[in-house]
Design a protein around this ligand. Structure first.
Ligand code: F6P
Length: 242
């Protein structure tokens, strides 16, 4: 595990984007696992800048998003479909057919999970999985539980997750109660993982996740078992690592 702490958010963003562009430059057909939420926004901004400067092309890349809310229309500004377009896909050259995001509006959500798993199987392996971290230790939307699911599945969001994400909605009542998420088995199967964590409010959980006992009640502790984990922390999130 390689942990890097940054005093400056911009340096963190550039480092994160540099890891992604470095991979895509060397391996244009790379399969990228993408995250949403507040954490990766600055990294996506740097990716867009790199693309606009002609430093990288995503024409041959494939992407798989970690998760999507259930029941939020795709064009709702807080759906992860809309988020990805707004922050990345509308500004780079990736062909639409190479983008994969679970469909939280599918008529049969269990079938949709199976379909997503099949797409992941076809891609064989994610080369680089980008992850944020929930305050309760969730990765993707794999919430703390006495057991965890390996593949894509339907989850009920914990109240604390809905509260944390309420900042993006007009009120907590608008935050969906369920989501589809890639499972921890798929996440851990990625060749490399890039975990990004920002803010004082996540300092304790990221420290527990990376140094505490491995337990499904803190799903991110499973990342300790991954052979190629890179962690980027801002100074506030990294305070217990100093
Ligand atoms: O980056 P945020 O908004 O703090 O969210 C933490 C994590 O939880 C999620 O919202 C759930 O997948 C992710 O998008 C994010 O990585």
């Amino acid at each position: 595990m390689n942990i890097h702490t940054f005093e400056n958010e911009q340096e963190l963003n550039e480092a994160g984007a540099g890891i992604i562009t470095g991979l895509v430059q060397m391996q244009p057909g790379a399969v990228l696992g993408l995250a949403t939420g507040g954490t990766p926004v600055g990294i996506y901004e740097e990716l867009v800048k790199a693309y606009k400067k002609g430093r990288v092309s995503f024409k041959k890349s494939t992407t798989f998003n970690l998760d999507e809310y259930v029941g939020l229309p795709e064009d709702h500004v807080e759906s992860y479909h809309a988020y990805m377009k707004q922050h990345l896909f509308d500004h780079i050259d990736i062909p639409a057919g190479q983008i994969h995001i679970p469909d939280g509006n599918a008529p049969d959500l269990i079938e949709e999970c199976k379909r997503y798993n099949k797409e992941l199987e076809k891609a064989k392996q994610i080369d680089l999985q980008i992850l944020g971290l929930g305050h309760n230790g969730h990765i993707g939307f794999n919430e703390p539980d006495h057991s965890l699911v390996s593949g894509t599945h339907l989850v009920e969001l914990k109240q604390e997750t809905r509260e944390a994400n309420a900042r993006f909605f007009a009120s907590i009542d608008e935050v969906p109660t369920h989501a589809l998420t890639m499972g921890v088995g798929t996440i851990l199967k990625a060749k490399s993982i890039l975990l990004v964590v920002r803010g004082e409010d996540k300092a304790e959980i990221v420290h527990r996740a990376l140094t505490g006992p491995i337990q499904t009640e803190i799903p991110a502790t499973l990342l300790q078992t991954h052979p190629h984990l890179v962690v980027l922390l801002d100074a506030a999130a990294g305070r217990y690592f100093k």
